[in-house]
Design a protein around this ligand. Structure first.
Ligand code: COA
Length: 215
């Protein structure tokens, strides 16, 4: 266990696998982005659905890994990185950080006035006008998370390990609650979150479901 990581790495019951802290960004970034894309369509591979699936990672994985790597956990098995959890403890602070340090470069890379396909355009528009968390949600549930495991790592207890590790970290930081957004068509993930104590909180303008849990 590292002195900087009071929670320490976890070894779930999955052959040859470990869930380790991710202080190695930017080395971890390509693997996190690849896993985000490979599971980006409600757990299925998002490659082939759009020309720029990397936008999924620009929106929902990479900035979290960079802004607070201590809250990220990488799952590794003998074949390499197989999953991750990324999170922020303070969503409003994270949104400010993104405006200053993340979105400017991504916006230059994906200008609004290019001829994007429909799926890409929807994400490029989010890059230029990111979702802003309602103040009441961020006050009661300041943290938020994203978790994605490749199919070979699913169903073996790793999701629970990653969520419980994050909850311990948030408790140590004195954070009261955590929220997440999930597509309403991702029934498997919704069932998983509910099983781990998350509740349905509200539906976003784009139809996404917000779920919350006290820490
Ligand atoms: C959703 C996901 C994170 C779940 O992780 P997982 O490792 O497959 O889940 P686990 O094996 O850790 O399951 C933990 C517990 O939840 C239960 N569970 C899992 N899915 C469930 C479901 N759909 N309904 C009810 N319970 C469920 C398990 O039975 C297990 O119960 P137990 O610990 O009490 O025995 C993972 O499957 C995944 O990454 N999917 C693809 C990407 C994705 O959809 N991410 C979410 C985007 S919002």
């Amino acid at each position: 266990m590292s002195r900087n990581d009071p929670v320490g790495p976890s070894r779930p019951a999955y052959s040859g696998c470990c869930a380790r802290p991710a202080p190695r960004h930017p080395a971890d970034r390509p693997a996190v982005e690849a896993i985000c894309i490979a599971t980006g369509d409600d757990g299925r591979d998002a490659r082939g659905l759009q020309a720029h699936p990397e936008l999924l990672a620009h929106l929902w994985a990479s900035p979290h890994l960079i802004a607070d790597p201590a809250l990220a956990t990488i799952v590794e098995d003998p074949h390499g990185p197989a999953g991750y959890l990324v999170a922020t403890a303070d969503t409003l602070d994270f949104e400010r950080w993104c405006e200053q340090h993340w979105w400017p470069a991504v916006r230059r890379q994906y200008p609004l006035d290019e001829a994007w396909g429909d799926r890409d355009r929807a994400l490029v528009e989010l890059v230029h006008a990111p979702e802003v968390s309602p103040a009441s949600l961020a006050a009661a549930y300041p943290a938020h998370l994203h978790i994605n495991l490749l199919p070979r790592a699913q169903g073996a207890g790793l999701g629970r390990v990653l969520i419980e590790r994050l909850l311990t970290q948030l408790r140590l930081r004195g954070v009261a609650g955590v929220h997440l957004g999930v597509s309403r068509t991702n029934a498997r993930a919704i069932g998983f979150y509910e099983h781990l104590g998350f509740e349905r909180h509200s539906v976003e303008a784009d139809g996404g479901l917000i779920m919350t849990r006290r820490v």
